[in-house]
Design a binder for this molecule. Structure first.
Ligand SMILES: *[C@@H]1O[C@H](CO)[C@@H](O)[C@H](O)[C@H]1NC(C)=O
Ligand SMILES: *[C@@H]1O[C@H](CO)[C@@H](O)[C@H](O)[C@H]1NC(C)=O
Ligand SMILES: *[C@@H]1O[C@H](CO)[C@@H](O)[C@H](O)[C@H]1NC(C)=O
Ligand SMILES: *[C@@H]1O[C@H](CO)[C@@H](O)[C@H](O)[C@H]1NC(C)=O
Ligand SMILES: [Zn+2]
Length: 537
């Protein structure tokens, strides 16, 4: 599947009648296709327009009406760079010069992701940090570091409260969108308090925990705070044990899981009788939702996590882009504003599987959701934050030439005389040694959807990484994201910007006569213009 793409990209060379050996293509290709980049004037003009934009940049020092928090689960900086190249190559370009939606955000900071007990953190403790503003212990959600994982009786009195919850208390509408189950750690810290991230339904709680009064995450989803929009996977934790799944009616492993025999979907639907609430589990019903008349929407599209984007059934399940769009359309009807959490939750899962294509295609879709949100919102009233909970031990390197396919080989053989892919993992299931020798991938299809890149150390599942992740921000008070910060700072900036608890001494509302609505200049446009000017010289 890579072959036609490669030939297509080399078409100009072929038309030129150039006969070349495969190894020389890349070099000549960059000479032909990046001719303009050899000229200092190109780079000078490009940097000049970037500089002009930087000089014009002014902090928006007023209150944010809306907040959107995008979390790429496991989206370390190396993942962002590789996803950027992939996005460009999917458009038929070399890739490196691509500008992602998140790349256009004017303010960036680094986030230190360690938790109270771990140098390399998990998604539960980190979610507690960025949602609730307090660092915590691994496996726990919505609880301070005083809570001990799996010890139910350390829950009570140690609850910490999310920005989502504080936004609701201020009269804003709130929503969560994720590609995992909606009870998964990252969204869970927005509404639940649990010493175990894996207590999805009551069937997952040990009886001692149940007796001590601990409550499963699915129940907390519909009882702790009224969440207006809930979109993702996780149907089976919501229905009584034995309930057939509507999409997989013959599957035993996907039946409802609840021992208390409650139907939590009904609980949520009936919680606000005066509002127009809808539940959907299918793309068709989802598309038919009238956002003008719908106040509350729950969409659960799979029994557990949603499928990876590359395996998504597009007639059955909406994408993260479509879910984000629908959420904003419903939430933005509230004149007091909204808080929306959007998680690209399966970037992390692709990496754990050691399959970079799964992770990177998820990251590309995640960025497209950011792009869609940017089109639907205004920088003048919406603070948008994009960050990750933690990184992964994912790298790409190896002296690859410009435009090298992101899933392709490094140009030279390794010391063992065998080729190696640019993308490698430090650990994970991709460790395959035969008689003490690294696998020979010469005849392997390393462009396959499920190709597992090689790893240095054998592990069932590849692990998280411990280095800092980036925070990208735009909108009111976004300039507070700069420098190297602790991860829990994210929640504090969001709360401060929107004047939520505990902040009362916070930014003033914007002037009522704001005519400077949408001053968001996409850098794609700038680059496009530079290109045009350059080529018309
Ligand atoms: C909490 O529960 C554990 C067992 O799960 C027990 O050992 C401990 O004594 C309990 N602590 C309190 C304060 O009840
Ligand atoms: C996708 O879903 C549709 C409608 O539910 C179904 O008919 C079709 O077989 C599915 N396609 C695949 C590839 O599973
Ligand atoms: C790797 O496999 C290729 C193709 O099967 C073969 O030509 C080459 O000799 C192998 N390299 C080593 C070092 O075994
Ligand atoms: C590994 O080595 C053993 C013993 O030398 C040999 O019988 C076997 O064929 C080798 N396996 C592979 C896959 O090369
Ligand atoms: Zn993970």
């Amino acid at each position: 599947m890579q072959t036609p793409h490669r030939w297509l990209r080399n078409l100009p060379l072929i038309l030129l009648g150039t006969v070349l050996l495969a190894e020389d293509w890349a070099a000549v290709e960059s000479q032909v296709l990046y001719e303009h980049e050899r000229e200092p004037a190109y780079w000078d003009a490009q940097a000049k327009s970037t500089l002009d934009a930087a000089l014009k940049l002014r902090p928006r020092e007023h209150q944010a009406k809306n907040i959107i928090l995008f979390i790429g689960d496991g989206m370390g900086v190396s993942t962002v760079s590789a996803a950027r190249i992939l996005e460009g190559q999917m458009q038929g370009n070399a890739g490196e010069e691509t500008v992602l939606a998140m790349d256009t955000f004017p303010y960036v900071a680094l986030s230190k992701t360690y938790s109270v007990d771990k140098q390399v953190a998990d998604s539960a403790s980190t979610a507690t940090a960025y949602h609730c503003g307090v660092k915590a212990n691994a496996k726990t959600v919505g609880l301070s570091g005083n809570a001990v994982a799996y010890e139910c009786n350390t829950t009570f009195g140690n609850e910490v409260y999310s920005v989502l919850r504080r936004a609701k208390a201020k009269g804003k509408s709130v929503g969560i969108v994720t590609t995992t189950r909606v009870q998964h750690a990252s969204p869970a810290a927005a509404y639940a308090h649990s010493v175990s991230r894996s207590w999805y339904s009551d069937a997952d709680l040990p009886s001692s925990a149940r007796h001590q009064g601990c409550v499963d995450i699915a129940t907390q989803l519909v009882t702790n705070v009224d969440i207006d929009v809930i979109l993702g996977g996780g149907r089976m934790y919501m229905t009584p044990k034995g309930t057939s799944d509507p999409e997989y009616p013959t599957s035993n492993s996907r039946k409802g899981d609840r021992q208390d025999r409650r139907n939590l979907i009904d609980v949520w639907l009936k919680a606000k009788p005066t509002k127009n609430s809808h539940y959907v589990w299918h793309r068709k019903e989802f598309d038919e939702i009238n956002v003008e008349t719908t106040d509350r929407l729950m969409g659960l599209f799979e029994p557990k996590d949603m499928r990876f984007e590359v395996f998504r059934n597009t007639t059955r399940d909406p994408s993260i882009v479509e879910m984000t769009e629908k959420a904003i359309q419903i939430l933005s009807k509230n004149p007091k504003g909204y808080f929306l959490f959007v998680e690209g939750g399966r970037i992390d899962h692709g990496h754990h599987d050691g399959i970079a294509k799964l992770a990177l295609t998820e990251a590309v879709m995640f960025d497209r959701a950011i792009d869609r949100a940017s089109q639907l919102t205004r920088e003048s009233d919406t603070l948008t934050v994009v960050t990750a909970d933690h990184s992964h031990v994912f790298t790409f390197g190896g002296n690859t030439p410009r435009g090298n396919p992101i899933f392709g080989l490094a140009p030279k053989k390794a010391d063992d005389q065998m080729p190696f892919t640019s993308i490698l993992y430090a650990n994970g299931p991709g460790y395959v040694h035969i008689n003490g020798t690294r696998g020979n991938i010469t005849m392997v299809d390393y462009y396959d959807e499920e190709y597992m890149q090689q790893a240095a150390v054998p592990l069932d599942a590849e692990t998280h990484g411990g280095e800092d992740v980036a925070i990208y921000a735009k909108g009111p008070m976004a300039h507070l994201f700069h420098g190297v910060k602790e991860q829990n700072y994210v929640a504090h900036v969001m709360a401060y910007a929107a004047c939520l608890e505990p902040y009362t001494d916070c930014p003033p509302p914007p002037h009522s006569h704001t005519s400077t609505a949408c001053a968001n200049t996409p850098s794609n446009l700038i680059f496009g213009l530079i290109g045009l000017i350059w080529f018309s010289r």
